[in-house]
Design a protein around this ligand. Structure first.
Ligand code: ADP
Ligand code: MG
Length: 600
């Protein structure tokens, strides 16, 4: 590794979970206030604070589902009810022999996890609105079952909640129990937020296609998140039942579900601190406006509208002081191609990536029609042609997004079959998009780190508990991403929120993200669109350097100069068919190409 790269690697940020989500200080302040609360306030406020802690235990998990993964789960009160009934029934001794409340708490967590997964799984197939409706339906079912299954739940009469023994039996004792669990939940979810899993969730939320291209497996990730979210909701239910001391189906109205959901939204998506403050705010609000309790649903709705319209980023956006500093207005992107060998490493002796007679039509439109193509390691292959000639479709077939109807895609002679869309990244096939797909609310560096998600070794649980492998992954991803950003010339913008950048900079971020895969093949869809002449030149040099490092580059472009300057081989498409193929010199003088496309 050369010294420049080594220097970049040594500048690493603190990898603490809480630190990465908006500074540790606000959390420490909340911890101090929470711990000293009995010194300031009386028993009544202790009760409200206990309730806020319990709600947060649930919302912390829901936050990963709604705020990070972007799934509209509005019926989460069902899991609170399930946890509450499980713990109550197990400790009441009505249906089964009496269990210890702690054991009941653990079982409530397990039941919550299982049902969290059951409610969550439809999210893999259903989009936004439909998923929201299934969660609501589930909440109704749970409520009806609780009402009807009298022998176990006591029906409308209800059942007594669990009582935790000393030292948690007193009001303040129970408060500390809930406060401790809330603090642990905060810590765990902040760890996830600052891990490759948290970043992958935001990628699924804001740029699903890019997440797949980076190799992120949505089903596995969402499964982990729903299990966790369900488990903490189950725990919250058990605590809630204990706080209520007696529960009936009425204790779990849909209003409560809306409260949880809105707490995440007003907190801000992709934040831990925001939803935590949102939960405290929404729990305490009715106390300040006691005469308005009857209007609480109305108030929540108004609050939600105001937030969505005025500050879509929620509390987290208000607190994001760092991103209010103006950026330099004249920012040149100066790539450092000499860093590439250190980033991409020594190329493996993979053979070519080939397309043989590939055809794909959409309804009546023959997007590509019997296309042959060969991309060799270490070379730049240009793909040009008028709009609608099938260039992007070709990229989509190679990257596994679409399955061709005829023909074959081969890597080193092996046929690439229909695979999950995220599998091509494991073959080190990386890509960028015609319209940049990035996570606008994440920092530039985090966006680039998303590209290396599949190279982490630690599991979801290891990240949740901040174990050593999680730290090693984070340091590795942080260092590699810093290097990738320096290679494309954007290292100074690493800490900036990505949606503040210019279009041309987003194109280079996408390249940096793709480089995180140490790609054997890199597919670029119109990378020069929207770039200045100077930037196009630098882009050209960067692509040549990437190829020299051993990567096979396929570049779709409209700028003939760029293509003819950097490509070893050019294929011209027209109406999905190959019009011509050859070296740049051959293509430049090809009569049909000149007539149909270059307009010379
Ligand atoms: P290019 O990138 O060369 O401009 P595309 O590959 O995007 O062209 O599109 C080729 C043709 O296939 C166009 O006629 C386009 O309308 C059509 N097409 C591409 N994707 C789809 C799709 N998902 N559904 C229907 N038609 C599509
Ligand atoms: Mg296109």
């Amino acid at each position: 590794m050369d010294t420049q790269a080594a220097q970049l690697r040594s500048s690493r940020a603190g990898a603490s979970g809480l630190g990465a989500t908006g500074g540790v200080l606000p959390f420490l302040a909340l911890l101090a206030v929470g711990a000293a609360l009995p010194l300031f306030v009386g028993g009544y406020w202790g009760l409200i604070a206990t309730r806020a802690c319990i709600y947060w235990v649930l919302v912390s998990g829901l936050n990963l589902v709604v705020g990070f993964a972007g799934q509209i789960a509005i019926g989460w009160v069902a899991l609170l009810a399930l946890g509450a009934y499980t713990a109550s029934v197990l400790t009441a001794g009505t249906a089964v022999p009496e269990l210890s409340p702690y054991l009941a708490l653990v079982i409530a967590a397990a039941v919550g996890a299982v049902f969290g997964l059951i409610v969550g799984l439809p999210a893999l197939r259903l989009r936004t609105f439909y998923f929201a409706i299934t969660t609501l339906g589930f909440a109704t079912i749970v409520n009806q079952v609780a009402l009807a299954w009298q022998s176990v739940t006591g029906g409308g009469v209800g059942v007594a909640g669990p009582i935790f023994p000393d030292p948690f039996s007193s009001k303040w004792g129970f408060y500390y129990f809930c406060f401790g669990l809330a603090a642990i939940c905060t810590w765990m979810t902040a760890n996830i937020a600052a891990s490759r899993f948290g970043r992958a969730l935001t990628a699924i939320r804001d740029a699903e296609v890019a997440a797949e291209a980076c190799g992120i497996a949505k089903p596995a990730l969402l499964t982990a998140v729903f299990l966790f979210s369900g488990a903490v909701a189950g725990i919250a239910g058990a605590l809630f039942a204990s706080l209520q001391s007696y529960i009936t189906p009425d204790a779990f109205p849909l209003d409560l579900s809306i409260l949880f959901f809105i707490a995440v939204l007003i907190g801000g998506r992709g934040s831990i601190l925001g939803p935590l403050l949102g939960t405290i705010l929404l729990t305490a609000l009715p106390e300040f406006a006691a005469p308005l309790v009857a209007w609480s649903t109305f108030l929540y709705a108004v609050l939600l509208l105001v937030i969505v319209l005025a500050i879509p980023g929620g509390i987290a956006e208000i607190l994001d002081f760092k991103n209010r500093r103006p950026l330099e207005s004249h920012r040149a992107i100066v790539p450092q191609p000499d860093l590439l060998p250190g980033l991409i490493g020594t190329p493996t002796d993979g053979g070519a990536l080939t397309l043989e007679q590939v055809a794909l039509s959409f309804g009546g439109v023959q997007a590509i029609d019997g296309l042959d193509l060969e991309i060799r390691p270490g070379q730049v292959h240009g793909l040009i042609g008028p709009n609608g000639s099938g260039k992007t479709t070709t990229l989509n077939v190679i990257s596994g997004y679409y399955l061709q109807q005829r023909g074959a895609v081969r890597l080193n002679g092996t046929v690439l079959r229909a695979l999950a869309r995220n599998r091509r990244a494991h073959m080190r096939i990386a890509r960028t998009f015609q319209t940049p797909r990035i996570v606008g609310s994440a920092s530039v560096l985090q966006n680039v780190m998303i590209g290396g998600t599949i190279d982490g070794k630690g599991t979801f649980v290891e990240s949740l508990l901040s174990l050593p492998r999680h730290h090693r992954d984070e340091v590795m991803l942080h260092d590699t991403a810093t290097l990738a950003l320096a290679a494309v010339g954007l290292e100074r913008l690493g800490g900036v929120r990505a949606d503040r950048l210019q279009h041309s900079e987003l194109r280079f971020i996408e390249i940096a993200r793709a480089l995180m895969l140490r790609p054997a093949y890199l597919l670029l869809d119109e990378p020069a669109a929207g770039l200045s002449a100077e930037e196009i030149k630098r882009l050209g040099a960067l692509l040549v350097a990437i190829a020299q490092a051993g990567t096979g580059v396929l570049v779709v472009e409209h700028h003939p100069d760029l293509i003819f300057d950097i490509c070893h081989h050019v294929t011209v498409l027209n109406l999905g068919k190959k019009l011509a193929a050859g070296t740049p010199t051959e293509i430049r003088s090809h009569p049909e190409v000149v007539n149909a496309y270059l307009g010379g």
